[in-house]
Design a protein around this ligand. Structure first.
Ligand code: IMP
Ligand code: MG
Length: 179
């Protein structure tokens, strides 16, 4: 598995340091607000677990699972496979994501959650790949862990064909793996 990685882009120590900083910022900004952290499955799992463990104020956690219909890139082609179970009306909600790429999935997720009338709604992403942004996407990350170049990355929750999620770092896949 590790032999398939061209280069480690963000190692475990860099991830932990940055995630701790982000958790401290969220703790400061959401103290006393009893926020709801909504993770978008599955890529967010490692980031989600690491960051919420270090958020030092009462909060709740929940998850969403969305998927896109095959063969489309448009935001209209997304569906909710698993919705939040906490009632978020009037709550302070932070969406946690692994990566903001074209932005299509977060555009969809954001508006889906906004329709439930939260008191506030923000986006926190571990990775941002701004070069890939779909120009028609209107949402943007409020909290970003790392801005990365336009490379396909795996590990720390991110997959290629559902593999490599368990790598403890974020790495760039060798081009020959793409086939
Ligand atoms: P979007 O293009 O911003 O809608 O991102 C959709 C999803 O594509 C993300 O949530 C990731 O699951 C996946 N994705 C985007 N870029 C990468 C990558 O470099 N590696 C692995 N998954 C990615
Ligand atoms: Mg994802």
């Amino acid at each position: 598995m590790r032999a398939d990685i061209e280069k480690v882009l963000i190692d475990e120590e860099q991830l932990q340091t940055r995630v701790r900083e982000m958790a401290q910022q969220l703790t400061r900004e959401y103290a006393g607000k009893d926020p709801v952290f909504v993770g978008v499955l599955k890529g967010v799992v490692m980031f989600f677990g690491d960051i919420v463990k270090q958020i030092d104020t009462p909060c709740q956690i929940d998850f969403m699972w969305i998927s896109s219909y095959q063969g489309t890139n448009s935001t209209g082609g997304m569906q909710v496979r698993r919705d939040v179970s906490v009632d978020i009306e009037g709550r302070h909600v932070v969406i946690l994501e692994d990566i903001f790429d074209t932005g299509n999935s977060l555009e969809f997720t954001y508006h889906h959650l906004l329709s439930k009338k939260p008191a506030s709604l923000k986006i926190c992403t571990l990775l941002d790949k701004p070069e890939r942004r779909n120009p028609s996407v209107t949402v943007k990350p409020d909290y970003t862990g790392f801005v990365i170049p336009n490379e396909f990355v795996v590990g720390y929750g991110l997959d290629y064909n559902e593999h490599y999620r368990n790598l403890p770092y974020v790495g760039i896949l060798k081009p020959e793996i793409y086939g």
